[in-house]
Design a binder for this molecule. Structure first.
Ligand code: SF4
Ligand code: SF4
Length: 346
């Protein structure tokens, strides 16, 4: 991997350069929250953020879009257009989440809509410092070594810039002398010190994250799930904000004269009522408890069986946004406590 240095005063010029390559998005502060928005000027960008409400998954699996158009005697695919989208300022946990989505949507059965968007997406990562809800150290996703095209680590008056792909290298070549290949020993040491300091700033952890799959297995019939089920509002916020949640529903919209229509795909959530309802009206998970159990067992246990890792990247969004405090920490704490009760130690 190639590494460069860029002085902060050259960054606005770099933003102008990448704007010539496609539509640029980055973190923008809106009231007290952040979201990825289109960037017209470098001053719109605000890198002093911990998490956006919606992760960059919105560029790959938008909340709602058409996949097919029907006409009377046929149908055509509706693919996103070819315009390149560049997302600047993506944090390590969200890059790990995109790697999880890639594995799912670009695996054995390739999703053509995802594949097209992914091909046209450039990911430029940015370093971050944790707040009280970041638990990416527990999930081992606080640092990232691949899955990005470029990655900027912000130090005193310069960035260290990692190039992670051919697309990133092509931008680096075009950037010319905005990037400097000479990095001194002192600058490397500053980077190492920054990493060490950052690793001491995490305030929360997910207890026994490594053993959570077993802990969930042991507690499959525990009444802890009912306690959380009682509290859950079935609002679906947890799925909407989680960067790895990707369930969707499909709906056909036909015109009144039945001459044309669209097939629409929209994000769904396993915590919403009717998520598990099938034709004929039978609902496999009519109660909040079973839906919530599905959410957490799928994310923290079943995913490991299939992909070798859980699908939680520790971004802290469920911790920050669930209105009744149901999240990876509260659930794992409660389940661990149940195990401790049984074995009378911990
Ligand atoms: S767990 Fe929280 S965010 Fe998720 S559906 Fe229930 S109340 Fe909403
Ligand atoms: S489960 Fe919570 S902390 Fe884990 S990735 Fe999803 S929103 Fe982030």
């Amino acid at each position: 991997m190639k590494t460069y240095k860029m002085s902060k005063e050259k960054f606005p010029e770099f933003v102008e350069l990448i704007k010539t390559k496609g539509k640029l998005y980055g973190p923008v502060k809106q009231k007290e929250k952040y979201s990825f928005e289109e960037i017209n000027d470098h001053s719109d960008l605000d890198f002093d953020y911990q998490r956006t409400v919606i992760s960059p998954k919105k560029f790959l699996t938008p909340p709602r879009y058409n996949t097919l158009r029907f006409v009377k005697f046929g149908q055509t695919d509706v693919f996103p257009d070819d315009e390149l989208q560049i997302v600047l300022g993506v944090h390590p946990c969200d890059i790990h989440a995109i790697k999880i989505l890639d594995r799912l949507f670009l695996g054995n059965i390739k999703d053509p809509y995802y594949a097209k968007r992914r091909e046209n997406l450039i990911i430029i990562g940015h370093s971050c410092l944790p707040d009280e809800n970041c638990v990416c150290q527990s999930t081992g996703t606080d640092m990232v070594e691949d899955g990005f095209d470029m990655f900027f680590t912000e130090l005193k008056d310069y960035f260290l810039v990692w190039v992670g792909s051919d697309k990133g290298l092509s931008i680096a070549i075009d950037a010319g002398d905005l990037l400097n290949e000479t990095i001194s020993e002192e600058e490397i040491q500053e980077y190492v010190r920054w990493q060490q300091d950052r690793s001491t700033m995490f305030k929360k952890e997910i207890p026994s994250f490594k053993y959570l799959a077993d802990i969930i297995h042991l507690n499959y019939d525990s009444n802890v799930w009912e306690q959380f089920g009682e509290k859950c509002l079935s609002c679906g916020t947890c799925s909407l904000v989680c960067p790895t949640c990707n369930c969707f529903n499909v709906n056909d919209k036909i015109s009144m004269n039945a001459e044309e229509g669209f097939r629409e795909r929209m994000l769904d959530s396993c915590t919403l009522p009717h998520f598990s309802m099938v034709a004929g009206g039978h609902d496999f998970r009519p109660d909040r408890t079973s839906r919530l159990k599905l959410y957490f067992t799928h994310k923290l246990k079943e995913y490991i069986g299939k992909y070798g890792q859980p699908s939680c990247v520790g971004c802290g969004r469920c911790i920050a946004y669930c209105p009744v405090d149901i999240n990876v920490i509260s659930v794992s704490e409660a389940l661990l406590e149940e195990v401790c009760k049984k074995v009378e130690e911990c």
